[in-house]
Structures are given as structure tokens and as C-alpha cells.
Write a protein that binds this ligand. Sequence first.
Ligand code: UDP
Length: 487
Amino acid sequence: METSKPHAVLIASPGMGHLIPMVELGKRLLTHHSFHVTIFVVTTDSQTTTSHILRQTSNLRSLNIVVVPPVDVSHQLPSNSPLELRILLTMLHSLPFIQYSINTNTNLPPPSALIVDIFGLAAFPMARELGMLIYVYFGTSAWFSALTLYFPDMDNKIIQAHAEKHQPLHIPGCHPVRFQDNVEAFLCPGGAIFEGFLKAAKDVVTADGILINTWEDLESAATKAVREDPILGRFTKGGVYPVGPLVRSVEEKPEDGRAEVLRWLDEQPAESVIYVSFGSGGTMSEVQMREVAIGLELSEQRFIWVVRPPCENDPSGTFFDVANAGDMALDFLGEGFVKRTQGVGVVVPMWAPQAEILGHPATGGFVTHCGWNSVLESLVNGVPMVVWPLYAEQKMNAFMLSEELGVAVRVAEEGGLVGREQVAEVVRRVMVDREGVDVRRKVKEVKVSGEKALSEFGSSHLSLAEMRRDCQLHVQTCEPKVPAAAA
Ligand code: UDP
């Protein structure tokens, strides 16, 4: 065991969208920055998708992955509780196991850095007790991070004017957030979600550093704002490090082990297929699913569509149990849809190999709910998007992609429903129309800038190297406390 290297402990909160960026960060710290890495994976059940993601890390033997035994918090919460509350409670109940594991681990040096996302802030006291540096990792945009970091200092009158008069919310150095794009917390100031977010934001700014899965060239104004003292930098105790784009790498598999959908893609012309998927949690109503089905047919484009059984009032209906409904989703696509579209489209129930699909040369567009991992995966593969945000900070992401970066076109919901004509229209705008050529050109430029950020002298690589130096200095100057049981 090399005791001079810093040991980072990462805690991944439940949900694929939280697990994936944490695992990718852990891999990067291990392979490019010479850390010892332990990742605690908090799950709500024994999701098959979780094990699938973790299997992909099995070639990295020195990555220490610990799956926390699932805890069931359902009996402690009303069934209609917000998603965030369920995640927070699950994290809280997982902490005793995590602390015990750290205290009894004798195979690695005492941990010197804790890295958590916004749902893992309850681990701060444990980390402080053990003398660890604390980092919060935003698996989202710098713009959303800026909103969070500025929140504790926002003037109440401005928040009220935003909620009541729908005035844009100004964040120093960043694009203002339009009311219709803001996260739920700001729609109802003083409500439980608002107060919960505010408390989290107050904790976040006390961390020793903030990591963000973005890069300087993608969000030059927002990354500058969160880093520089005269703008927002003074609100945080430690440094701010844009470290992205960290996305899942494509799995190399032998030909006979490749998914059927990828073999179908192999047969299609370059950039001819639109991929439609709403992340790990995204669900829609039955009526909306039918509109998408008919819209795809009307667009006359080749497609791959990841389908889930409908969920009438919850756009994040499969967030906790994405793998559990099998082929049932196919029953909701309307009479004869699968047969009529045979050869032109492929419907994949529940879960598709997204990183591989977006990296395939035949994929030419992506209809996405704008989860940040999906956004990054599209950008690093130079795939233009149709943005259809559903929940969390996805509307902010949609605004950035369509209005600021020009790498996407956005659907307009009317009365909560996106009609078949509009589905067909937005797909054609990206895949066929003149507008699509511009969008495609811009997204290819973004792809190149993302590659540059991660290269040896790129901004994100240097950012993590700087964070590594702080951790190394910490190991040398204030020896982390050896956990009681390991002493
Ligand atoms: N994903 C996948 N196959 C699917 C759906 C999602 O591999 O059928 C992956 C996707 O590649 C991404 C993650 O799950 O890495 C979803 O994260 P995102 O932030 O886009 O959305 P969330 O699920 O958190 O809303």
C-alpha cells in the first residue's frame, strides 16, 4: 500500500444519474491523478442496472467499490414525497454503514478527502471528525452550481419578485434564470423544497472545494463567476474546479456480446438515426407516449426509442426502479406501431446502451430530457439534440443548449402535452432541415473543446491536478486521523 498517495472516499447517491458521474470521477482520480479511491454506492434496491454500471469498472482492480446494503425508507415517508426527500433519507440511513466501513478498513491509507454530491452533505461531520478535506461534486452545469452557491446570499425580495411576478432571477456573472426554467424550489419560496435546498446550499459553501462536471470553454461566464472572488467565488470557502466532461466510456465487447440495437445501428447510414430517451427516471403519460409514437412515424426518420410503461403524474416515475418493468412498456404504443415501423425504428424496453448508441456513427440526433449526463454524452459525441426537459434542473439545461449554445432545438409544451405534429417537426428540424446543419456544426465544435479540456494541458485536467495538490499537501501537513478501529 502506497501511504504517500491521498485516499479519496466518494459517496454516490441513489439513481443512475448520480452514480455514473461519481464512478467516472473516481476512475479519473485513480487513473490520471494517482489517488487511492473508494466509492460507496448507495442504492435503494439491488438494481440490475447498478450492477451493470459497476461491472464496467471491474477492469480497474484498484478501484475500491463498496455497495452499501440497501435501506428501505418507504415506511417513513408518505408515498407522494418528493424524490429529493427519499434520496436524502436513504443517504442518511446509509451513513452508519459507511462510517463503520471506513473505520475498519485497513487495506488503504486513512482517507484524506471526502467527495459527495448535494445529497451527501450529512457526511460532513464524519469527514471533519476524521480530518478529511471535503469536496462537493456537482454532476450538473456550472450555471446550476452558481444558482446554488449564490442562494444563501440572495435577497428575499428578489426571490419573491421571481416567484410572484415571474421576473428573471439574476445571478452575478451568469445568464439570468427565467421563471419558467427554474427548479421547483424557487417556484414556492418558503415551502419545504425551498427550505431544504437553502439548507443544502448553506452547507455546500462550507466545503473545502467544489467540483463541477463541466468545462471552461462550454460555460465560460458561469465557470468564471463561480471561481472569481469579485463575482461568486467569495461565497465559497474553498476552490472551485470544473473537471468535465466526465462521461461513461464505451464498453468494448466481442461481436456476439453486442446488444441487438447496436447491430441494427451498424446497418444504418451515417447520422441517419434519431435516438429518443428520457434518462433513467423519465416517464410520460399514456396519451403522451402515443403522440411520440405517431410523431416519430410522421417524421419519416429512422429511430431508436427507449420506452417505459406510462406514469400519469410523475415525470420521474422510474427513478428508483428502472429495471423492473420488462417488456410491458410495448403495450402502450398504440395498435400496430411496432409492426408498422419495423426496419425503420427499434423500440427498446426500459434500458438501452446509451453511451454506445450516442457514440455510434449512425446516430444523428438525440431527443433528450436534458439530464446532465445525457447532455454531456451527446456533446462529447457531437450529436445535436431535441431538448424536452422533464424535472429537476433540466429546463435550465434545455435553455442553455438551445438558446445559448445553439446545439439543440427545444419542444414547446402546450397544456403539458407535446402533440404528434410537433414531435415530427422538431425531429425533422434537427435531422433534415437547414437549421439542423448549423446545430450539427456547433455541436461538433463543442465536442472538440470538450476533448481539449480533458487533454494533458487542458483546463479540466489542470483543475483536477490543482485539487490533487491540495489533497497531497493536506496528507503531508496534517496527517489524517487514523480511524479508531484501524489504529
Ligand atoms: N442511461 C442509459 N440507458 C438508458 C437510460 C439512461 O445508459 O436507457 C444512462 C445515460 O447514458 C446516463 C444516465 O443513465 O448516463 C442518466 O443520467 P442523466 O443525468 O442523463 O439523467 P437522469 O436519469 O439522472 O434523469
